[in-house]
Design a protein around this ligand. Structure first.
Ligand code: KIV
Length: 259
């Protein structure tokens, strides 16, 4: 097993796993100093490209951004989202996962569960492709946002789904917007780490979309903690630049390339 993957699994029940998303080298370089896992998420569809959901982001987009992110990473585990439609069957899943790994040199791919695609995970793992699972509110398959696991039926289904993903060979699993009790139950019953987003602190680790926690995406649901309002900070700098240019205060002599 890949050493970096083993390190992540070994953290379960010892120390929390820290994860964030990145879509570019400069951000990845900062995150790499602190994060265990960096995810090139298909959330880039809405966060970067302004699309209404994650469905139309292409594998070429994902690969291009991952190539950039990889340049900023020295130690974190680099996981890449497989876009919707790229793992509908095992043959295309293998072809597309191999393409992502080959062109980006990432460590693993992430696949959203549709409650039936466990064989895809198994098939990829058999090809020695490390896979992270993803259950709960899975934006590639569920249209309307809803907290997951609020009924007994749903909670049993989610636990079975998580166990099936573990049996298929995934090395960890994202729990998205799952109720605290169910997240706790899944985390207790699995031997692989759970990484929560909107799923309480009972998970083995946490992930957030970096642009959300930096206050630059404009999307701040209750489960996001805004650690800084970067929009305000950037705006302040841009405003100062604007006035400097208009008042002819920039560029100054010190910025000239000769004299
Ligand atoms: O696409 C993404 O950023 C994700 C995280 C929200 C887990 O899948």
């Amino acid at each position: 097993m890949n050493k970096k993957i083993k390190k992540i699994i070994d953290k379960k029940n010892k120390t929390k796993i820290v994860s964030l998303t990145a879509y570019s080298k400069n951000i990845a370089k900062i995150l790499d100093k602190y994060c265990d896992i960096i995810l090139v998420g298909d959330s880039m569809a809405s966060v970067l490209y302004g699309l209404k959901n994650t469905h139309s982001i292409s594998i070429e987009n994902i690969i291009q951004h991952t190539i950039s992110v990889k340049k900023g990473i020295k130690s974190s585990l680099l996981v890449v989202d497989m876009p919707k439609g790229t793992y509908n069957d095992l043959k295309s899943a293998k072809k597309n996962a191999k393409l992502i790994l080959k062109l980006t040199r990432c460590d693993a791919v992430k696949i959203e569960s549709n409650q039936k695609n466990f064989q895809i995970i198994k098939g990829l793992v058999e090809e020695k492709i490390p896979v992270m699972g993803h259950i709960g509110f899975t934006p590639q398959f569920k249209k309307k946002f809803k907290v997951q696991g609020l009924t007994k039926f749903e909670s049993t289904k989610l636990l079975e789904e998580a166990l099936d993903i573990e049996r298929a060979g995934a090395f960890s699993i994202v729990l998205e917007c799952i109720s605290p009790n169910v997240s706790k139950r899944i985390t207790k019953n699995l031997s692989i780490p759970t990484i929560g987003i909107g799923s309480s602190n009972f998970c083995d680790g946490q992930i957030l979309v970096t642009d959300d926690m930096l206050g630059i995406s404009g999307f701040y649901p209750k489960f996001v903690k805004k650690y800084i309002n970067l929009t305000r900070i950037i705006e302040k700098a841009v405003k100062k630049y604007t006035s400097d240019v208009r008042l002819n205060k920039f560029p100054k002599k010190e910025n000239f390339l000769s004299e």
